[in-house]
Design a binder for this molecule. Structure first.
Ligand code: FE2
Length: 302
């Protein structure tokens, strides 16, 4: 079965493109490129770009791009989606150009999140990525740009969609205590992978307005996490989760507020998944230590 191979690009609809241009370059360390039609493109590795930001009032995800190997795999995926009753349309030449891909198809996940699959990303090996900040760069390659966490309406339907139609595998679940919930309120998050990155997407029926909760960028050095943590604080950027290490992917990270209100996880040192040996796990806490502000601390047993 042809499955998606990585989270390849992310489209965002943002109210303040100028704020994003500055934030992306000066804080995240991404390279800003002027794209067609006034779009802001962000580069992080050998791909020409992996983020497409367009002016809009949503301040939320505009589309999620999943990579497949080639035209044949894209055709197989389109047929499988259509066979399951999902409406699939072909992306236009202009849409392919904006994303820097050869061809794409467009559809929606069960919660209505605009979702795309593509092959043939535009690469820029001839001009190596150079971060505008003094950081060591991002862990991407075949693991994709990072991960996203999205709010879904029905986790069971989403699991079916991402596993049985897109071909992803379950990594684990976290039964997470809600930030402002009653002590008994828990939130179940499902984490899914399509390559060695522990998860490329996680989802749950999160009580929030936006679809996109956060996206994660993984850097190559712990020092890049530490320096960015303090840089963000020096610049007055709200820290929504302090430094910490996650229980499931073992990522050491922190969370900061983006100009669009959703959060960005900036991390280092996650463990990877080997499908030959990985067994689905469950967790009751999101973090081994830290990440203060992200969730209520677990209560000690009465
Ligand atoms: Fe995350």
């Amino acid at each position: 079965m042809a499955s998606v191979t990585q989270l390849g690009y992310l489209g965002l609809s943002v109210a303040d493109l100028d704020a994003w241009r500055k934030f992306a370059a000066e804080v995240l360390g991404l390279e800003a490129i002027d794209g067609p039609g006034g779009a802001l493109l962000l580069r992080m590795d050998e791909y020409h770009h992996r983020f497409v930001l367009k002016a809009g009032s949503d301040d939320d995800v505009a589309f999620v791009g999943w990579e497949v190997a080639d035209q044949r795999a894209l055709g197989e995926l389109a047929a499988r989606l259509k066979g399951a009753g999902v409406e699939v349309v072909e992306g236009s030449a202009d849409e392919a150009r904006l994303r820097g891909v050869a061809e794409l198809i467009k559809f929606h996940d069960p919660s209505g999140v605009p979702t795309e699959a593509y092959y043939g990303p535009l690469m820029s090996f001839e001009r190596p990525f150079k971060s505008p900040r003094a950081i060591s760069g991002f862990e991407t390659g075949t693991m994709g740009l990072g991960h996203i966490v999205v709010r879904v309406d029905d986790a069971a339907k989403s699991l079916h969609f991402y596993r049985d139609l897109l071909g992803m595998r379950i990594s684990d679940f976290i039964e997470m205590r809600m930030r402002r919930g009653r002590p008994t309120d828990t939130l179940s998050l499902t984490f899914m992978h399509c390559n060695p990155r522990h998860h490329s997407i996680a989802f749950g029926a999160i009580p929030a307005q936006k679809r996109l909760m956060h996206f994660m960028l993984q850097v190559k050095s712990i020092d890049d996490v530490g320096s960015t943590y303090y840089l963000a604080q020096d610049l007055g950027i709200p820290i929504s989760g302090s430094l910490g290490r996650h229980t499931n992917d073992h990522m050491m990270s922190f969370y900061m507020r983006s100009p669009s209100g959703f959060e960005i996880e900036y991390g280092y040192g996650a463990r990877t998944v080997d499908d030959a040996t990985w067994k689905v796990q469950r967790h009751e806490a999101p973090s081994i230590w830290g990440h203060r502000g992200l969730a209520e601390p677990p209560k000690s047993p009465a």
